[in-house]
Design a protein around this ligand. Structure first.
Ligand SMILES: [Zn+2]
Ligand SMILES: [Zn+2]
Length: 327
């Protein structure tokens, strides 16, 4: 089978041994396509992945082999995410499922940018669903990334109609703003790129360019989906005293928040990382009901052009790439 492997921090498509069930419980899935996540790009840019690693976790695929106690069967088209919490450890019991050690260990093998992946029985039981019929493969691939956004929305624990400002209107920012709206918040977005501001407006959500003065906004919460250094000062500028900053992005130089601002302004700064099974379930529902719209948000690339997809994403030529792998 073909798979895109990390080789010295770029993705190179190579032949490797076919993934097989080998008597394991779970499903062998032919990957139809897989979204390219911002976290995949961070791993490449910051040299975090070993050579031979296959990235990709936002998959849509067809079951071609199965050994399961679930109702899934050969021929089913499914979406799944990659991590599953154990539900029993202290992290899980305290709601920090993405810190659960089992969560971090579970994964799709070898990874989504591959013609075949093994999806374990545990995945089938907890985080895999039949692809809704009213979604295209490209749309359904937003299942996991939208789940991440929903987790952030829930972690914010905001009152209904709170003003929530999303900083950074890449694909995640666009999803986050729509998720906030779907959960009853007064969502607003901002970015430096005018076309992205206009795109969010086309979804019926208020947005502005950070270069233009917008002094009137005092957000109850700011959702930081951009990792630029400016994002932090923008967050501090627009959050109201006593408000929250939900951190949803790494920053290149690991820059942080000013201690004294957090103290004198009674700010809450909190992180949100990866979704729980319940967040993922909500994600699928919002996609299915079209409460979050993802049509034409991603651009298709064949597997052989995956490194171009990475470069185009880094250069902001596209919002998000969807790697089309099989028919
Ligand atoms: Zn992702
Ligand atoms: Zn756990």
């Amino acid at each position: 089978m073909k798979a895109a492997q990390v080789e010295n921090n770029i993705l190179v498509v190579q032949e490797r041994e076919d993934e097989k069930l080998n008597g394991r419980k779970g499903a062998l899935v032919k990957v139809l396509g897989c979204g390219l996540c911002g976290s995949d790009i961070v791993k490449l840019k910051e040299h975090l992945s070993k050579n031979g690693t296959v990235l990709g976790h936002e998959i849509v695929g067809k079951i071609v082999g199965i050994n399961t106690d679930t109702n899934f069967k050969i021929g089913d088209t499914i979406v799944t995410s990659h991590h599953i919490p154990c539900g029993k450890c202290e992290y899980c019991k305290n709601g920090n499922v993405s810190m659960c050690r089992h969560f971090k260990e579970t994964n799709l093998r070898p990874g989504g940018f591959s013609e075949l992946v093994f999806v374990s029985e545990e995945h089938l039981q907890n985080v895999a669903y039949l692809k809704p019929q009213n979604l295209t493969d490209e749309e359904a691939a937003f299942y996991e990334p939208l789940g991440c956004c929903i987790r952030a929305v829930k972690r914010g624990m905001l009152k209904q109609n709170s003003t929530a400002l999303v900083i950074g209107l890449g694909s995640i920012g666009i999803l986050m703003a729509q998720a906030l709206k779907a959960f009853g918040m007064n969502a607003i977005g901002c970015d430096l790129i005018t076309s992205r501001v206009e795109l969010l407006k086309s979804f019926g959500i208020e947005a502005f360019n950070v270069n233009e003065m917008c002094e009137s906004i005092k957000a109850d919460a700011v959702f930081m989906t951009s990792g630029s250094d400016n994002a932090i000062s923008t967050a501090l500028k627009y959050v109201r005293d006593g408000g929250k900053i939900v951190v949803f992005s790494s920053t290149p130089k690991n820059t942080g928040y000013a201690n004294n601002e957090i103290y004198y302004r009674e700010l809450t700064v909190l992180g949100s990382y990866s979704p729980s099974p319940a967040d993922l379930k909500d994600s699928l529902d919002l996609l299915k009901n079209k409460e979050v719209k993802v049509k034409n948000l991603s651009t298709d690339y064949p597997l052989d052009s995956i490194q171009k997809a990475v470069n185009d994403t880094i250069e902001n030529k596209i919002l998000k790439a969807y790697i089309k792998i099989s028919q």
